[in-house]
Design a protein around this ligand. Structure first.
Ligand code: PPS
Length: 266
């Protein structure tokens, strides 16, 4: 990645949506409240899917809210200029989102009782998803090839905060039930059915409040599709054997010391 993309404390941020002032303010001054629910992810790990599920749980499966308010307004990204501004008028109990790594996360979180739902995805699928996303967005520098993007990706972007983990959203029903329990929301089985229905890939792809078709044209290029494939294991169709080996080598190095089979993709 060229030096045109600005750094903030070891992380690269496209300055179209971010500013050093806001990033600093979020870390040092943002007041996390005990009643807050925060969805936290590394980018391209299923953030929007998780937000949709949380919103639908809060509305007991009624799709009115998710079909009338853009996803980035329902659960604002606190570190973006738009999200940060919205947070100033957000009513309690608040829900919001962040991709921030641990060292940039609001300090006040660590002494709060706020609920964090942290979603992880196979980093190989994250890489492929990020490659297509970056290739079609005007805010980020475009990789010429997957190999080039892999090189950028493997340079690393730090780690994310984790208070409660939700692994890759494979068995979605049990994940939804786990989130309901965590949030203290009792939903009837038929309400859970509605949460699953309206947060499915098909429904989210058709919902213009969730599929990013409302993004201004000057941010995206021809052929931009936010809900691209939504599957597990797409990386196998993209990595060459050499790339898979290169990825594994770095993965093993970075994960040294963690118990084996810690994650579902291992
Ligand atoms: S972002 O830009 O970081 O906020 O992106 P994020 O939402 O984290 O990740 C985008 C990927 O999530 C997939 N997605 C889904 N998969 C399955 N079901 C549902 N409902 C769903 N919603 C979003 C989306 O398709 C992106 O993955 P890829 O692999 O590119 O398809």
């Amino acid at each position: 990645m060229s030096d045109n993309t600005p750094w903030f404390e070891g992380i690269r941020f496209p300055m179209v949506c971010f500013s050093p002032e806001i990033l600093r303010e979020v870390r040092d001054k943002f007041l996390v409240k005990d009643e807050d629910t925060i969805t936290v992810t590394y980018p391209k790990s299923g953030t929007n899917w998780l937000i949709e599920i949380v919103c639908l749980i809060l509305s007991k499966g009624d799709p009115k809210w998710v079909q009338s308010v853009p996803i980035w307004d329902r659960s604002p990204w606190i570190e973006t200029q738009h999200g940060n501004e919205l947070m100033k008028s957000q009513k309690d109990p608040r829900i919001y989102t962040s991709h921030l790594p641990l060292h940039l996360f609001p300090k006040s979180f660590f002494s709060s009782k706020a609920k964090v739902i942290y979603c992880i995805r196979n980093p190989r699928d994250v890489l492929v998803s990020g490659y297509y996303f970056t290739s079609k967005m005007k805010i980020a520098e475009k990789p010429e090839t997957l190999q080039q993007y892999m090189k950028w990706f493997l340079q690393g972007n730090g780690e994310l905060p984790c208070k409660v983990g939700v692994s890759e959203l494979k068995d979605t029903r049990s994940i939804v039930e786990k989130i309901c329990q965590f949030l203290g929301k009792k939903l009837k089985p038929e309400e859970i059915d509605l949460v699953l229905k309206y947060s499915s890939f098909k429904f989210m792809k058709e919902n213009e409040m969730s599929n990013y078709s409302l993004l201004p044209n000057d941010l995206t290029t021809e052929g931009f599709t936010f809900l691209r494939k939504g599957v597990v294991g797409d990386w196998k169709h993209h990595f060459t054997v050499a790339q898979a080996e290169e990825f594994d080598k770095i993965y093993q190095e970075k994960m040294a010391g963690y118990p084996p089979k810690l994650f579902p993709w291992e």
